[in-house]
Design a protein. Structure first.
Ligand SMILES: [Zn+2]
Length: 247
């Protein structure tokens, strides 16, 4: 346990351990029960683990900030490869777009976080968890809509794990039963104390939600179209090659 500004918070190790365990469980369950491809499960588990560090991006320069920003800068462009491909970008365009996103996250986001974020502000909130999930949903485009929901839920799950751990740490078991600390209720919340950041968060939730729902209906339509084409072509090719069988 570490102390930051008089508020007892679980440290970086607690968070990364917690969200890694939850992420591994989520990935394993999806593989065994949900019949998800193992690679998709592994990606979801990893994203859940990383998302467990994200809320503490507001705690100023330190390991979580440096590591998560660098990680996001590297992984987000890769998650967007399929998206770039859909946009019809040539290889050179994909490399340029990837590099630009890397720079924007690596330097732009670090600068914003260092200068404008307040610890236990809106980064520690339910709308922030939703925003993280919506961004993942928009960045990660897959042919199968279910895979997109699965991946973005992994990010939300990791984020929520962090918030829940923060709340658990704010309840201390004393001699006379549980004692609640000052920080109780500052992680799992719908709004914070600053009006502008509340407004910004909800505007983001609505705008991203609108974009995500537009995008979702598009992928669902493409998915049905592809299934129809597959069905039609199957009529002409009744025997499947052995490598086409699914697990
Ligand atoms: Zn936290």
């Amino acid at each position: 346990m570490s102390l930051s500004g008089g508020i007892a918070v679980p440290g970086f190790q607690v968070h990364i351990t917690g969200s890694t365990i939850v992420g591994a469980g989520y990935a394993a369950a999806a593989w065994w029960i949900g019949d998800m491809p193992p690679m998709t499960c592994a990606l979801a588990g990893g994203l859940c683990a990383v998302a467990g560090m994200m809320p503490d991006l507001d705690s100023g320069p330190g390991i979580p900030l440096k590591e998560s920003v660098a990680f996001a800068a590297a992984v987000v462009p890769m998650m967007m490869l399929h998206r770039f491909h859909q946009m019809g970008l040539p290889m050179e365009g994909m490399i340029l777009a990837g590099a630009l996103i890397y720079l924007a996250i690596r330097f732009g986001m670090s600068w914003l976080l260092k200068n404008y974020s307040v610890h236990r502000g809106m980064f520690h909130s339910l709308p922030a968890a939703l925003i993280a999930g919506q961004v993942a949903f928009l960045a990660f485009s897959a042919e199968d809509p279910l895979r997109r929901y699965f991946i973005s839920s992994a990010v939300i799950l990791g984020f929520l794990t962090h918030l829940v751990l923060d709340e658990i740490w704010s309840v201390k078991l004393g001699l006379f039963g549980p004692k609640v600390k000052k920080s109780f209720g500052t992680a799992l919340k719908f709004y914070g104390t600053e009006a502008w950041s509340n407004l910004l968060s909800y505007v983001l939730v609505i705008v991203l939600g609108f974009l995500a729902s537009k995008d979702a209906s598009l992928t669902e339509r493409m998915h049905t179209m592809r299934q129809q084409v597959e069905q039609a072509s199957r009529q002409y090719a009744p025997t499947q090659a052995p490598w086409q069988y699914r697990r």
